[in-house]
Design a protein around this ligand. Structure first.
Ligand SMILES: O=C(O)CCC(=O)C(=O)O
Ligand SMILES: [Fe+2]
Length: 270
């Protein structure tokens, strides 16, 4: 089914991305008005959410981060907010998501925009947390916590993608916003959940941010896929899942769209 885009239902207007992260820092006890390049936001504990650590923010100096040589100075956007949250999930919640993934059955991941195919750039396995899975009482707690964290209701989330990597499996550098016009709009944010401790490898590397997240059971990483202006995707947040070296890695992708996804009767636009 094809439907017209209704931009009046956008969950974010320009500036709301930044405001959302600043609110998180406020909840961690910071005075956002005091942030500057000399007083960078660091993080802190938010009741009911976890222990926040700010990896990068618009207050950080982009000139010290790696980028491609051919970029003009004026094209450089501010650094994105990237925040890791320790203790975002309980062990019970992690275990339940893994169990639901196993019971649905992980299958070789596919890559694509409109047509999805197995691809040598992504060797992981995945399945999806569908509408039944999302009603599981333990999963509901996780979805509610993500909605509390972001202020964005579950309506705007794709069904969580549950992922599993065996030793040697990876997902090469990619961007989560694939850039075709869709009824639900672009992916504006990703929350990646780490569901187990990995015995070796399996970090999430952000090449341009000089940062690799180490998987830790119950932790989450949140990053934007779109600029605060919403005028384009955030080119800082290319990332890759490094190969797992030892043991399995379990995780979950929560991709958040600019407009309703869960109740959308159509995926394509006119
Ligand atoms: O497994 C990870 O660490 C990240 C996975 C990822 O980026 C994705 O599935 O889009
Ligand atoms: Fe990704």
């Amino acid at each position: 089914m094809r439907c017209p885009i209704d931009e009046s239902t956008n969950i974010f207007k320009p500036g709301d991305m930044n405001a959302m992260f600043e609110r998180m820092l406020e909840e961690a006890g910071h005075d956002v008005a005091s942030f500057s390049k000399d007083n960078l936001p660091t993080g802190g504990s938010v009741p009911g959410i976890g222990e926040l650590t700010v990896i990068t923010s618009p207050y950080h100096d982009p000139s010290t981060y790696p980028r491609d040589d051919d970029e003009e100075e004026e094209e450089i956007s501010p650094l994105p907010w990237v925040v890791s949250i320790n203790g975002f999930l309980s062990d019970e919640e992690c275990n339940r998501l893994i169990e639901l993934g196993e019971s649905k059955g992980y299958r070789r991941s596919r890559v694509g925009v409109t047509v999805f195919k197995e691809d040598k750039t992504r060797t992981s396995h995945n399945t999806f947390c569908d509408k039944v899975c999302a009603k599981d009482p333990i999963v509901k707690r996780v979805l509610e916590r993500m909605a509390n964290l972001t202020g964005i209701p579950y309506d705007n989330y794709e069904g969580m993608q549950l992922v599993r990597y065996e030793p040697g499996q990876f997902y090469e550098q990619h961007h989560d916003e694939v850039g075709i016009k869709k009824y639900s709009g672009p992916r504006i944010l990703t929350i990646f959940l780490y569901l187990n401790d990995v015995l070796g490898g399996g970090g999430t590397e952000f090449h341009y941010l000089n940062f690799t997240a180490t998987p830790k059971k119950g932790s989450a990483l949140i990053w934007p896929s779109m600029l605060d202006s919403l005028e384009g995707r955030d080119e800082w947040t290319w990332h890759e899942a490094l190969p797992v070296e030892k043991g399995f890695k379990y995780g979950a992708n929560a991709w958040i769209r600019l407009r309703d996804f869960q109740n959308a009767k159509c995926r394509q636009t006119i």
